[in-house]
Design a protein around this ligand. Structure first.
Ligand SMILES: *Cc1c(COP(=O)(O)O)cnc(C)c1O
Length: 369
């Protein structure tokens, strides 16, 4: 059996005619940037996110950068980030000239350890940037309390966690401004690059709107130095179609995870995803851990299964961040995750037979070794 890490075939077959119609409507509209499709998607996404507004932008990294810019975070400022994250969360902080200050994860949830945040706060700290990694929400109640106590902004990175909730509240609605990505492989993905900022503060959201379009509200009149990071009409129209299916597709992700949880339980040496109390996991990634990671990966590949590693080298050890002179051992939990993690295929459309084949393959690896 051949099983890819990710396939869009099933979900796109569900909505192919609607996607084609959306494409045709955009072509016939004769309008491709900042039009009705964008406005329509922004309204719908704000509703889903339970925020007053959503602003479409070009991608998830820009959504983070624009959020930080709108909060006037820049040179000389520090932003608390998870040590264990995709590098985009750090790059956004660097892009505005601020310094990312990493905090180790909770080794069970893999998200930022809320007990280690306060010791990293200095007079220069302006914001906390929690990332709901792999689809599991951070402990947002504690993070919001810490932010309030120290008068810090919160910018959620919601790229991997569309529709996840913490104590019943949807992620992407806690922070002052929140960023998300609609990169094709994300739970809610466009057919190209796309992203959004969500939030309730009208003034801040209006500033994001202006910043994404050259700092201009009225064409050819520029109030601030913005960038070009618009979400085009075609992607907005596709996203409006895909948004109708996101709840159903997320439920399917959870069902697949449940089958993995059951099938892979009680294997000595294999750690499964942990879901803390109050959180709903939307399984952008089903991440398991084992000290025999490389061997398991090879074994699965030989069986026709394509697992993935999220992520093999943490941001602090990347050449891009050599300026900080971090070395191996500086963030041991983050490094342990990088060295032991493996993501097994999980996408809507994965059949029970395929899931069972993956479970059987993992089991035979552990029972043979
Ligand atoms: C994908 C991702 C981003 C960046 O999104 P792009 O649309 O690729 O720019 C940021 N943060 C996290 C956690 C991501 O997974």
């Amino acid at each position: 059996m051949k099983i890819p890490y990710l396939s869009f075939e099933y979900q796109h077959n569900l909505m192919k005619e609607e996607l084609k119609t959306a494409c045709e409507q955009v072509i016939d509209s004769n309008w491709f940037i900042m039009g009705d499709s964008l406005k329509d998607f922004e309204e719908k996404y704000a509703k889903v996110s339970n925020t007053a507004q959503a602003v479409g932008v070009a991608n998830g990294l820009d959504a983070l950068i624009l959020s930080l810019k709108a909060l006037n975070i820049g040179a000389g400022d520090e932003v608390i980030v998870p040590a264990n994250t995709y590098i985009a969360s750090w790059l956004a902080v660097s892009a505005v000239g601020a310094t990312p200050v990493p905090v180790e994860p909770d080794i069970r949830t893999y998200n930022i350890d809320v007990n280690k945040i306060e010791s990293k706060i200095t007079a220069k700290t302006k914001a906390i940037l929690p990332v709901h990694l792999y689809g599991l929400p951070c402990k947002m109640d504690t993070i919001m309390e810490i932010a309030k106590k120290h008068k810090l902004y919160v910018v959620e990175d919601n790229a991997q966690s569309h529709l996840a909730t913490h104590n019943g509240q949807i992620t992407g609605s806690f922070g002052d401004l929140n960023a998300t990505s609609f990169y094709p492989g994300k739970n809610l993905g466009a057919l190209g690059d796309a992203g959004a900022v969500t939030g309730d503060n009208e003034e801040l959201m209006d500033l994001v709107k202006v910043l994404r379009n050259y700092g201009s509200e009225k064409k050819y009149y520029n109030q601030v130095k913005g960038i070009n990071s618009r979400l085009d009409e075609m992607q907005a129209a596709f996203l409006a179609v895909k948004l109708k299916y996101i709840a159903q597709l997320t439920d399917q992700r959870k069902e697949i995870a449940k089958r993995y949880d059951k099938g892979l339980s009680n294997i000595d040496g294999l750690i499964l995803p942990y879901v803390n109390e109050g959180a709903t996991h939307v399984y952008h990634i089903y991440l398991v851990r084992t000290v025999k990671r490389d061997e398991l990966m090879q074994f699965l590949q030989d069986a026709g299964i394509s697992p993935f590693i999220h992520y093999p080298l943490p941001p602090h050890l990347q050449e891009a961040y050599k300026e900080f002179e971090y070395k191996i051992g500086d963030f041991p939990l983050t490094e342990e995750i990088a060295n032991t993690c493996l993501s097994i295929p999980l996408y809507p459309g994965l059949t029970d037979d395929e899931i069972d084949y993956i479970i059987q393959s993992v089991k035979s690896f552990f029972y043979k070794n």
